[in-house]
Design a protein around this ligand. Structure first.
Ligand SMILES: Cc1cc2nc3c(=O)[nH]c(=O)nc-3n(C[C@H](O)[C@H](O)[C@H](O)COP(=O)(O)OP(=O)(O)OC[C@H]3O[C@@H](n4cnc5c(N)ncnc54)[C@H](O)[C@@H]3O)c2cc1C
Length: 232
């Protein structure tokens, strides 16, 4: 099936993109890696009047650390996370989660922010960000606001993002590394083990991802399988 007709715009700056969304946000869809949106267009499950391609905006594919925060740029791809020395050295849970996303074809194109904005309950990054205590940064012409990852998801495929907003990054404090997750697969039903007396939390795919803190668990509960996948 072919997608419905739509206008296509490829802005060259984030400001330009936000201006367009300020005018036509209700009828527009941002296009990042296209791994989720393009299949929806082809099936006509989504029929936006305007496709706003973020792919021509330079400098958005960054994974950088500033003032003790990791900032994930809006076009940072799963592959970038998988290959990032910074993540490997300082945010190993994310580095461990990245290669769990699908296959190299999807990881080469799909973005972390696109995955979060899409809010598929089976997506990996929502669970990771909640487990990390990350902040998600939404920007519109009116300015920027941060939303805690745990509050970001309203339900399957729905988030707190407004039609005129773009997800322009996620922030995670490095300090979190000390206490938090040794990741196993942080997917729809991943388990996250904490350091110290083995506490196991579960991030489950339900209406929306949420972190369940479980009772302290003994070694048997954690098991060899989990330890084998420990990321840090
Ligand atoms: C075969 C296949 C297997 C997959 N397996 C997995 C898996 O195992 N684990 C997993 O986590 N994911 C998986 N995915 C999904 C993949 O991770 C996608 O990359 C991701 O869900 C969407 O990212 P994208 O950059 O492609 O977004 P797009 O498809 O471009 O956009 C998705 C949605 O997000 C919106 N959007 C995108 N960027 C922004 C932004 N910056 N601000 C606001 N809105 C935005 C778009 O408007 C659209 O509504 C799979 C996809 C495919 C096709």
């Amino acid at each position: 099936m072919y997608p419905s007709r739509f206008d296509y715009l490829a802005p060259r700056s984030l400001e330009e993109a936000l201006d367009v969304l300020g005018e036509r946000g209700d009828e527009a869809k941002a296009l990042a890696g296209g791994q989720s949106l393009i299949p929806l267009l082809k099936l006509r499950f989504a029929a936006p009047e305007l496709l706003l391609d973020l792919g021509r905006i330079p400098g958005l594919d960054t994974l950088t650390e500033e003032d003790g925060w990791l900032r994930v740029g809006p076009l940072a791809r799963h592959r970038d996370a998988e290959r990032s020395a910074l993540l490997r050295e300082r945010y190993p849970t994310m580095a461990a989660a990245a290669p769990q996303v699908s296959d190299p074809l999807v990881r080469n194109l799909g973005t972390i922010c696109g995955s979060l904005a899409h809010a598929d309950p089976s997506g990996d990054w929502g669970s990771v960000m909640i487990a990390m205590g990350a902040l998600l940064v939404a920007r519109s012409r009116a300015g920027e606001r941060t939303i805690a990852a745990r509050d970001f998801f309203d339900g399957p495929f729905t988030t707190q993002l407004q039609p005129d907003e773009l997800l322009v990054g996620t922030d995670r404090r490095r300090a979190w590394r000390r206490g938090v997750p040794r990741g196993r697969r942080a997917g729809g039903a991943g388990r996250i083990a904490r350091r110290g007396p083995a506490r196991v939390g579960r991030v489950q795919a339900q209406r929306r991802p949420s972190l369940h803190r479980a009772r302290p668990a003994g070694r048997r509960r954690v098991g060899r399988g989990l330890r084998r996948y420990q990321a840090c």
